[in-house]
Design a protein around this ligand. Structure first.
Ligand SMILES: [Mn+2]
Length: 428
């Protein structure tokens, strides 16, 4: 659809939007970065141009070159790769790829996340591939000597889904790179920025870096094979098993197919759901209301470790006949109930529904101007901290009341968009 002929023809001139003018609308990038093979550096043989796909050739090369320069200027440093609190396969695999690329420049990277690995496939991914991610809670941060890190890298996020970023920035560590495919969330003060909202997976962007020569994958190196497998998993999971993949995602998958281990991927995908996840899915099924092809379900309280049951329930509800969009949310609490946050997931099969816009419109921003959530093609999420209302759940009447208030408020905000003319609150 996007590769129509007029699109390819306007390719001789292209300009890049970089961090110097972040306020430019994302959409413009798509038309500006079209390209032909003629501008490919001739030194890159190996049929790279063919594999990446025409649309993204020049941008991929340009960004790879830029990233390489950035890495060169940070040789021998230590960096922290921050992924979202509840990292998904796309984030984890790309963070690992960045780490392997950066190693060549003697840059030591640690991959950190603040929440948990709660999806059974993510746990399997990390265990089976030996993916080197570490959990750093805000408490962990206090015990670390942050002065030994010279740079922060955000991958598959722009900092809005990590509890760690603010503290890390306050510690004076500068943003060195942001590589993501979600819509631009905030103005980013980073040395290197590669945000491509029209790409379906960050794994596609990273595979293009590999193809452009930032790291030569070698099938005889087990770590490379595992990393390629992780990237394939990330790419598949962000494109609904490639069903939403576009040309460049398929090109990336084709390239990875030379290196990945199909059996290992199969083992990761075989991971079973826990009983608690099944229970949350059951609750979502029981509690859902369906209006105008939207299925909305509140699932009440969940433990931190089961947080990923929410997107899995949304994945399930969206499969119902006559439903194109599902939103599932609940109150997630940590072991001591000190931290409570409303977490929600949206899944849609409706091509004209932009999850990022929908969520921003439904829930708006907090007092600092930060949106409660956002999204990408087909999926979105939100997190609303409960602040002062957190805890106190040993009083079951209070816990119930609190849930009812949040449930009602989220429903009314969503239903305003689902049924623009109705007043969803019945006065009786
Ligand atoms: Mn992603």
């Amino acid at each position: 659809m996007q590769l129509n002929s007029s699109f390819i023809k306007q390719s001789d001139s292209f300009s890049l939007t970089t961090e110097s003018n972040p306020e430019e609308p994302d959409i413009d990038k798509e038309t500006e970065v079209s390209l032909t093979k003629s501008i490919l550096p001739t030194s890159t043989s190996e049929g790279v141009g063919i594999y990446i796909g025409q649309r993204s050739n020049s941008l991929a090369f340009q960004k790879s070159e830029e990233l390489q320069k950035t890495l060169l200027s940070h040789r021998h440093e230590r960096q922290l790769i921050v992924v979202q609190d509840f990292p998904d396969p796309d984030a984890l695999s790309c963070a690992w790829t960045y780490q392997l690329i950066a190693q060549q420049y003697d840059i030591k990277c640690e991959i950190i996340y603040a929440g948990t690995l709660s999806h059974q496939e993510n746990i399997a991914l990390v265990k089976l591939t030996g993916l080197p991610a570490q959990r750093w809670t805000p408490q962990t941060l206090k015990t670390k000597d942050l002065s030994c890190y010279q740079g922060l890298v955000l991958i598959d996020n722009q900092g809005t889904t990590s509890q760690l970023l603010t503290s890390l920035q306050q510690a004076g560590i500068p943003l060195v790179a942001v590589i993501d495919h979600h819509s631009l969330q905030t103005e980013l003060k980073s040395e290197f920025v590669d945000v491509r909202p029209y790409v379906r997976a960050t794994a596609t962007i990273f595979t293009q870096y590999l193809q452009c020569g930032l790291l030569a994958l070698d099938s005889s190196i087990s770590q490379h094979v595992k990393c390629a497998t992780a990237l394939m998993h990330g790419l598949r999971s962000d494109t609904n098993r490639l069903m939403q993949a576009q040309e460049e995602d398929f090109m990336a998958a084709a390239y990875l197919s030379r290196f990945y281990d199909a059996q290992l991927l199969n083992a990761i995908l075989q991971a079973n759901r826990s009983k608690r996840v099944m229970d949350v899915i059951e609750r979502s099924l029981k509690n859902r209301i369906v209006q105008n092809n939207f299925s909305i379900a509140g699932v009440g309280y969940l433990r931190y470790d089961d947080r990923d049951a929410i997107p899995q329930a949304a994945d399930f509800l969206v499969t119902e006949e006559n439903v194109h969009t599902a939103v599932v949310y609940g109150i997630v609490h940590d072991e001591d109930d000190e931290l409570e946050v409303v977490i929600g997931s949206l899944r849609t099969t409706k091509l004209t529904l932009d999850p990022d816009e929908f969520i921003k419109e439904a829930f708006g921003q907090d007092s600092t101007g930060r949106f409660f959530g956002g999204g990408r093609t087909g999926a979105g999420g939100f997190e609303i901290p409960m602040g002062f209302l957190s805890g106190g759940n040993e009083n079951s009447a209070y816990a119930r009341m609190k849930w009812e208030v949040f449930d009602a408020q989220i429903k009314q905000k969503l239903l305003k968009l689902v049924n623009p003319k109705d007043n969803p609150i019945q006065s009786e």
